[in-house]
Design a binder for this molecule. Structure first.
Ligand code: FES
Length: 109
């Protein structure tokens, strides 16, 4: 697997157990999640009042609920499902026992 442009940010087993983690990649504050057998990387900054607390939110069914005021986002699309706005998503791969995040944003879908 070509890892050019990707950064090793976590141990895959550790993330699968902790399920969420805050990492910084090239100055980007990123919330990393593991749910439903998949890893997700999104901006940690909540679009509501810009608290960078999504990494401490409630994770369920590939959705993250901000611990501050309860806005909820679908990690697969980044779109708000309670509230408004959209989270930037980052490319993420799991390989060789590690989680890798791309410095560039994943393409919008
Ligand atoms: S800052 Fe996230 S819901 Fe208000």
């Amino acid at each position: 697997m070509n890892m050019k442009g990707f950064f090793n940010v976590a141990d895959a087993e550790e993330l699968s157990l902790r399920r969420m983690k805050r990492v910084v990649v090239e100055g980007h504050d990123i919330a990393l999640f593991f749910d439903g057998g998949r890893a997700f990387a999104v901006q940690n900054d909540c679009p509501h009042q810009h608290f960078s607390m999504l990494h401490e939110g409630e994770l369920k069914d590939c959705r993250i609920t901000c611990p501050m005021h309860g806005w909820t986002f679908d990690l697969q699309t980044g779109r708000a499902t309670n509230g408004s706005g959209r989270l930037k998503r980052y490319a993420v791969k799991v390989a060789d026992g590690s989680v890798w995040v791309g410095g560039r944003m994943a393409e919008e879908t």
